[in-house]
Design a protein around this ligand. Structure first.
Ligand SMILES: NC(=O)c1ccc[n+]([C@@H]2O[C@H](COP(=O)([O-])OP(=O)(O)OC[C@H]3O[C@@H](n4cnc5c(N)ncnc54)[C@H](OP(=O)(O)O)[C@@H]3O)[C@@H](O)[C@H]2O)c1
Length: 166
C-alpha cells in the first residue's frame, strides 16, 4: 500500500526501533532493501545509526554505490540471494571458476562475497547443501577469478527493485 512507501513511515518505524534499543529490548537494529538515498536519509535523521543493511548482492548486482555508503557510515553490508535464488549456479563464468578452484558453484558465489568482507545468508532446504555452503573458509579465489565474477555486474535483480520505493 502507498502509505508504506513514504519517508514518514520509515522515520516512524526507525524511531520505534530506536526506542526499543534504548529500552534494552533490542541489541542491534538495522534495515533491509534500502537504497543509497534511503540510507542517507536515515543516517541524517537518526539518533542511533543502523548496525546492518541487508540487500540483494551477487556478481550480477555488485551494489558499488551502496557498499560505499555503508563503508562511509560504518554500517555492516550484508548479502541476501547470493546464489541468485539458485539461478546463478548455472552461470557459465561461475561454472568455469568452479572448475578452476575445484569448489561447487554455490561455494564460489558465497566465497566471492565473503572474500570482500560481505557476510552471506544463503538459503537451502537440503542438509548436504547447507553443509557445502558453509565450507567457505579453507580456500581463496584468485584475483583473476574475483575480477571475472565481478565483471558480471549488470544491475540484475532476482528479487525486486527497492528504488521504486520513494
Ligand atoms: N531482506 C529481504 O528482503 C530478503 C529477501 C530475499 C531473501 N532474504 C534472505 O536471504 C535468504 C536467501 O535468499 P534467497 O532464498 O532469495 O536466495 P539464495 O540463497 O540465493 O538461493 C536459494 C536457492 O538456491 C538453492 N541452493 C542453495 N544451495 C545450493 C547449492 N549448493 N547448489 C545449488 N542450489 C542451491 C536453493 O534450493 P534448495 O533449497 O533446494 O537447496 C534455493 O532454491 C532467504 O532465506 C532470506 O533469509 C532476505
Amino acid at each position: 500500500p502507498n502509505e508504506y512507501l513514504i519517508a514518514g513511515n520509515r522515520a516512524e518505524s526507525w524511531a520505534a526501533l530506536e526506542e526499543l534499543h534504548v529500552q534494552g529490548k533490542l541489541k542491534a537494529i538495522g534495515v533491509s532493501n534500502y537504497t543509497p538515498a534511503h540510507m542517507r536519509e536515515l543516517i541524517q535523521s537518526c539518533k542511533i545509526p543502523p548496525a546492518v543493511l541487508q540487500v540483494e548482492f551477487h556478481p550480477r548486482l555488485c551494489q558499488t554505490e551502496l557498499r560505499k555508503v555503508c563503508e562511509e557510515y560504518e554500517v555492516c553490508f550484508q548479502a541476501y540471494s547470493s546464489l541468485g535464488k539458485g539461478e546463478l549456479v548455472t552461470d557459465s563464468v561461475v561454472l568455469e571458476v568452479s572448475k578452476n578452484c575445484e569448489r561447487t558453484p554455490a561455494q564460489v558465489l558465497l566465497r566471492w562475497a565473503v572474500q570482500q568482507g560481505v557476510p552471506v545468508l544463503p538459503k537451502s532446504s537440503n542438509p548436504d547443501r547447507i553443509k557445502d555452503n558453509a565450507r567457505l573458509f579453507d580456500f581463496t579465489l584468485s584475483d583473476t577469478d574475483m575480477d571475472r565474477l565481478s565483471a558480471l555486474d549488470c544491475e540484475h535483480k532476482y528479487c525486486w527493485d527497492p528504488s521504486e520505493v520513494v
